[in-house]
Design a protein around this ligand. Sequence first.
Ligand code: CA
Length: 445
Amino acid sequence: MRFRTKPCLMAALMAALPVTAPAQPVDTPGVTAPLTPAQILRNYPPDALSGAAVDKPVVLKSQGGMSMRVVKLAEGLSHPDGLVFLPDERTMLITERGGRLRVVRDGVLDPKPVEGLPALNNVGIGGLHDIVLHPDFARNNLLYVSYTKEVKPRLATTLAVARARFDNGRLTAVQDILVAEAWESPLGTYGGRMIFGPDGMLYISVGDRDGTTASDQSSARPQAQALNSHIGKILRVRDDGSVPPDNPFVKTAGALPEIWSYGHRNVYGMAWDPKTGVMWASEFGPAGGDEINKILPGHNFGWPLVSLGRHYSGNLVSDQPFHRDGMDDPIYFWNPNFNPENMFFYTGDKFPRLKGSLIVAGANTRKIAQMVIRGDFIRQGDTMLDELGVRFRDIRQGQDGNIYVLTEGRLRGPNDTDGMLLRIEPSTMAATANNPKGAAATAPD
Ligand SMILES: [Ca+2]
């Protein structure tokens, strides 16, 4: 009899169990105990890219047949992540993730980094992230850097934004204007993208801080849905970090008032549509689930309750991958992955075929994509520069109408120096006759 009743009891118990395990706290390395040296120093593969492919300017053809001349302006950069052009039209500033701010003047990289950065943690993909200029930089010389702040060495970290004056080539009056409520493992992701809006407000993305991407369980991940956390959000603050009174959750009890939108995994790209004034954001999914969203204040973009992605374990992130009421569906999603990083709307005259399009840098896909937007409809147009075999991180339009892009050879490694700054110019040079795709051809200087 015991033999017969036990399976019945088991079946009843099984039926009573929920299909998916409930969210539960997870011990995350670096939160409950400091990271071990072994966790910090993972095995990094040997250097994969020297930049030699573009030692001389090359002309490449996009998938759609557009000729582009690629000029290497700087190499030897370590995971460059953010790029700005100063109003003097000769100077660029570039962040390197390990914790250096570099100057490129008249197309030449200054070997001496800018001094005065705040102390930062550069474990995993932490470090110095993005840089933006104050809208009135020409008069006040103020700029902002986003970076990884730590409680103690090898213990929990978060994203912070510091404002500083760029003063005779060094940073002075450095002051944190925001320290995100997003303390998690140093192994987690940060977001950290920043952009000023047409309204003069500073918008900052905070990543999902998930340091346990191989696991289906995470203590950080569900906080993208919690309004008492900055994890998985886009924030909106004034230029001094204070909260504007028209933010969507300023009157919501228990909500952090800096929140502009939520339910994001990892927003690495934000751009303002010059036609409509709407913000578009790219979202870096896990395995699958890369999105472009139209950002509206107070809206919930779903992560991790809705996602077309899979955890790195292979399991689906959500049992409702396409839609949940009350959450915004992506306007565009990539399948297979694109790994979107930063993006911008091309408004120059040098590439007539790109004018008005959103141009997106791809990391692991190692290409750049043109996204064509008509109202709420997006399609992927041309793709380009995949021949270079590099991860594209930041991409921006220069004052000269050319496109500038930061690259890296691989994802991480504290001593990697395989990053480059490239300038993409139009070319009238014809493709090589035998190669309709247009293999690399050395172009005249
Ligand atoms: Ca989403």
